[in-house]
Write a protein that binds this ligand. Structure first.
Ligand code: IFM
Length: 486
């Protein structure tokens, strides 16, 4: 037998690494960002309706009144998802659509929208992944004090019970909160998000009550959902890096990690608030009064999977006394800080990195490191990337196409980071691209396009961007395409 000489053997493309068996491929949206139909079928205003209708709060005075009109076009949207080969759709429920005052009986017409959406998804073989809260508190509950008030956790537990009752037989994966950090610290700290309050102590109180509401909802869901249903929470964990190797910058990173990450992962996954966070914020809240007996046990009820959202890393330093502590915080410009107790920390943009239209630096290693950090700190915890994606200045070409090579490169880099993390031991169960379609990007209104599907807001026509076709191909292969095809 003649041995094949390696130097003349025909070169074959290396086999692409497959994602793990069962790895879920999805895309995500959120109710206020896409649904529209703001005043239909009994829906009442949420804090985002009020905020967006307040002059000066949202770019260009944009509101979510119509958004991407998903409320009326969900059937076509699901058909498009099927065409693209998506296996899962992560959406959120508008609380004030199903329970308009945030208390009392549910409105059937509101529930019906979600029943129909879920049925349509199941019919298309797309797994529904429901988030109970993506930032849109019913305005009446904010009028009663909002998240800084403990009673709001009672309301949330009731609402969770309504939704488990309505959809528990057909939705297998439930998420309590999306990015509670934003609700607490952008909503009540810097005020760049609804309800636009700028009260550092209230922001910390809100964080605790969001934690508690999460734990109480997990209990309700566990009681009401069939065995086998999955519960989760989604956190926008900050991948914090010190600007230099100095002790001062290390302290800045520790502080932001405490009030950006461990304020949630501590009580949720360890049953305790980190000592350093309590010390950094002791002048603002009396934690011994805020955290009542039984709270930590409630908050730390186990979740089946942790949702992780990642876009860009967070680069920080501790300026010398007298220097400004603000800088380039990716969470938006405000004279008020979203970092109670650590207002003096400065934020930086990484040099030499490409940026998205949000001016966020593109750094896939940040996702790899984040997944590995969580795995190191919480071994064995199943993870799901519940949001990742990028805004670019997309436009429709004269031929009617939307070419978005930057988004394809972004997605390729970040999916490669997921694969590297999986290879190194992270238990990542799936990936949800943010976003399925262009939508209302909060304080930026419609000026930022995160969708893999372009939305022409005038006609509400949907045009899958080149990245949608690329993602579809990734899903079909269950692997990344060879580099040349990106
Ligand atoms: O659009 C948001 C989403 O609602 C929450 N995570 C970040 C996205 C991009 O800013």
């Amino acid at each position: 037998m003649t041995a094949v000489r390696p130097d003349i053997a025909p070169k074959q493309a290396p086999e692409a690494t497959q994602f793990p068996t069962g790895f879920v491929w999805g895309a995500a949206t959120a109710a206020y960002q896409v649904e529209g139909a703001a005043a239909e079928d009994g829906r009442t205003p949420s804090i985002w309706d009020t905020f967006s209708h307040t002059p000066g709060k949202v770019h260009n005075g944009d509101t979510g009144d119509i958004a991407a009109d998903h409320y009326h076009r969900f059937r076509d949207d699901v058909a498009l998802m099927k065409q693209l080969g998506l296996k899962a759709y992560r959406f959120s429920i508008s609380w004030s659509r199903v329970q308009p005052t945030g208390r009392g009986p549910a409105v059937e017409r509101g529930l019906d929208f979600y029943r129909k959406l879920v049925d349509e998804l199941l019919e298309a073989d797309i797994a529904p992944v429901a988030t109970l809260y993506h930032w849109d508190l019913p305005q009446e509950l904010e009028d009663a004090g909002g998240w800084p008030q403990r009673v709001t956790t009672d309301r949330f537990a009731d609402y969770a019970a309504i939704m488990a009752g309505a959809l528990g037989d057909r939705v297998a994966t439930w998420t309590t909160f999306n990015e509670p950090w934003c609700s607490a610290f952008l909503g009540y700290g810097s005020g760049v998000h609804a309800p636009g309050r700028t009260e550092p102590a209230a922001a910390l109180r809100a964080a605790h009550h969001l934690n508690l509401a999460h734990g109480r909802a997990i209990e309700v869901l566990r009681d009401q959902l069939p065995a086998g249903a999955q519960t989760s929470v989604t956190l926008n964990l900050h991948q914090v890096r010190p600007l230099t190797a100095s002790a001062a910058d290390a302290d800045a990173a520790r502080r932001i990690d405490a009030v950006g990450n461990r304020i949630f992962t501590g009580p949720m996954l360890r049953g305790e608030y980190p000592e350093d966070l309590l010390a950094d914020t002791a002048h603002l809240v009396d934690w011994s009064k805020l955290v009542q007996d039984g709270d930590l046990a409630a908050i730390s009820r186990p979740v089946d999977v942790l949702g992780v959202n990642y876009y860009t890393p967070t680069l920080v330093s501790l300026p010398e006394k007298g220097e400004s502590g603000s800088g380039n915080d990716v969470h938006g410009a405000s004279e008020f800080s979203p970092w109670p107790g650590s207002e003096h920390v400065a934020f930086h943009l990484a040099e030499g990195k490409e940026r998205t239209a949000m001016n966020w630096s593109i750094d896939p290693d940040g996702l790899y490191n984040l997944l590995m950090d969580v795995t190191r700190d919480h071994p064995g915890l199943p993870l799901m990337v519940t949001e990742n994606g990028a805004a670019f200045d997309d436009y429709v070409s004269p031929e009617g196409r939307v070419e978005d090579p930057e988004r394809i490169a972004y997605l390729h880099g970040h999916l490669d980071a997921v694969q590297r993390a999986v290879a190194d031991g992270a238990d990542v169960r799936g990936y949800f691209l943010w976003s399925l379609m262009d939508n209302f990007e909060w304080a930026y209104g419609y000026s930022k396009r995160f969708g893999t599907v372009y939305v022409d807001y005038g006609s509400q026509r949907r045009i899958p961007k080149a990245s949608a076709h690329w993602y579809s191909d990734v899903i079909r292969r269950h692997a990344l395409p060879p580099a040349g095809l990106s």
